[in-house]
Design a protein around this ligand. Structure first.
Ligand SMILES: [Zn+2]
Ligand SMILES: [Zn+2]
Length: 214
């Protein structure tokens, strides 16, 4: 599984735009998945173009939760996608118009072989998980319900070894000790503390960051 961060609060590449929000692109077994869409459609499309990622090529678009910094680019991406993708939304996110199927989740589901959603938790948010050789990599938006409910829901599909995304106010640091990799991004209040405690596990976030998860 190859992951590219396409929207985040920071970047080290001056050709890319850093802005409040989160989105990442995942390439997995020939499938293209976009998780969340950042806070601004123009910035998102700019970053995708510079990273040679075509919105039209998405097979799946997954939204974690309907806060502006995660859905700001959704209408632009859906326009450019031309109905090629399946759209996977948490239960509470209504009113989206799209030329292809829209799926709503209130419980965990496999959306394609090896690709899972937690379904909406605490009436707000869902997480994504991808099966790799070692277990599951979990991708989260803001983690408003906390990290633990997502782990407790998704671990029925495999052991979670990597977490990528926003940890919100997470401070139960001991919980992370068994993970292989951690990539804290946008919306991680205690990112410095996580990095200090687990330097060997950290994958740095930021727009333009590309890494493989095995
Ligand atoms: Zn949020
Ligand atoms: Zn956020």
């Amino acid at each position: 599984m190859k992951l590219t961060i396409v929207y985040d609060n920071t970047t080290t590449d001056s050709n890319l735009i850093a802005h409040w929000g989160f989105s990442c692109f995942i390439k997995y077994k020939g499938k293209n998945i976009l998780f969340d869409t950042g806070g601004n459609g123009r910035f998102l499309i700019h970053n995708l173009k510079h990273l040679n990622i075509s919105p039209e090529s998405m097979d799946h678009i997954v939204v974690s939760h309907p806060h502006f910094d995660h859905i700001g680019g959704l209408s632009e991406v859906l326009n450019e996608n031309k109905g090629n993708a399946k759209l996977h939304l948490p239960m509470n996110f209504r009113g989206v118009k799209f030329d292809n199927e829209i799926f709503y989740y209130d419980s965990p589901a496999e959306i394609e072989k090896g690709i899972y959603v937690s379904g909406e938790i605490d009436n707000i948010e869902q997480a994504l998980a991808i099966k790799t050789r070692k277990g599951l990599a979990m991708i989260v938006g803001c983690s408003h319900p906390g990290i633990k409910p997502f782990i407790d829901t998704l671990n029925r599909f495999g052991n979670i070894h990597t977490i990528i995304g926003g940890f919100h106010n997470f401070n139960d640091f001991e919980m992370l000790k068994d993970l292989t990799k951690i990539c804290p991004t946008h919306c991680t209040k205690n990112a410095d503390e996580i990095i200090k405690r687990f330097p060997e596990k950290i994958i740095k976030g930021g727009v333009g960051r590309i890494f493989e998860v095995i």
